[in-house]
Design a binder for this molecule. Sequence first.
Ligand code: ATP
Length: 374
Amino acid sequence: MSDTLSAPPPALELVDATRVFTRRGGLFKSAGKAVRAVDGVSLTIRAGETLGLVGESGSGKSTLGRLALRLVEPTSGRLLVDGRDVTGVSKAEMQAMRRDIQMVFQDPYGSLDPRVTIGQSIAEPLKVHGLWDSDGPQKVAGVMSLVGLDPSHADRYPHQFSGGQRQRIGIARALTLDPKILVLDEPVSALDVSIQAQIINLLQRIQRERGLSYLFIAHDLAVVRHVSHRIAVMYLGKVVEMAERDNLYRRPLHPYTVSLLAAVPIADVRMRNRRRTSVTMGEIGSATNVPPGCRFHPRCYRARLVAAAGGVPTERSGDALLPRACLIDQPALKACGGTDQVACHFPETPETRSEVATAVLQDIGYPPIRPITL
Ligand SMILES: Nc1ncnc2c1ncn2[C@@H]1O[C@H](COP(=O)(O)OP(=O)(O)OP(=O)(O)O)[C@@H](O)[C@H]1O
């Protein structure tokens, strides 16, 4: 059977989704400037799968998660749920559709009213959606048991629970309406490692039992590797690489992914002795002043490798000599914002396959980037 026939149907699709914010607040230099928090992102979450979403702080992950629920409205682009275009539907229709997509936040304490019992909090979505009836208490007890909470504790208050238990309450709340999709925004980041494992096991068990789809947003690459079927990597509003989990970790193609996975300073070939230096990664670029061309180019070790090896037209940008193609917008750069596993636009040059490139990649613990045809 072909992949197309056997692949599970899409549960959620974002098509060319963009969200632009205008910074408020006169005190900051960036005030009044536009931030393209999500910039032309297309992705699909298939039924029953976990799509991991990684990237540094400020890369647009939370905004993308909120776009999926239309908690923030897209500036442009489309949102499809179960194949149905819900981009332009009314607020009331969208509210009804939210039964199918729910969100779990990093800080469940922040989203739980300290004056309200956890039973009432878990029941709230049923009440908001007009679904509270005589079966309500049983549903609340059922969902509490599902997440490993004792239903007899329904009349307790949030402060009477530990961090891990509060995250279970947050998950129970999200499950009350029996959704098909959960957007999990850093759901374990605030928890101790041992508790993280329990919550992840819980989420995986619920996914198996209920066939849920997850968009799992996280900084922690080890956690994302553990939970995801596929992974999307975001940088300054763009998805720069998306791949099956094992492909991404074994053979990252985008220099940003390589740098993220390496998470160690990368050898800078400009230094003849290849001494370790952190210049390659540096800080994430400015969201209000996105670099032209490939937006990762100011931090890209590979652009420097190519420029250092010669043979391509180069240009000076700041303190670095970089391939001109990295600095200008051209159709080939689309590969950097593509939706399948993609590389930057230099995969086929001899320079990227040079001994130096190989040495650098080995140095940071990854096999050389294999050439692909764009
Ligand atoms: N409501 C808003 N108004 C203005 N700018 C915003 C707003 N929300 C997000 N941004 C900006 O959009 C960009 C992406 O932010 P977002 O929170 O989506 O990133 P993130 O990858 O989730 O980061 P983090 O991991 O820190 O949550 C940032 O530059 C942020 O400052």
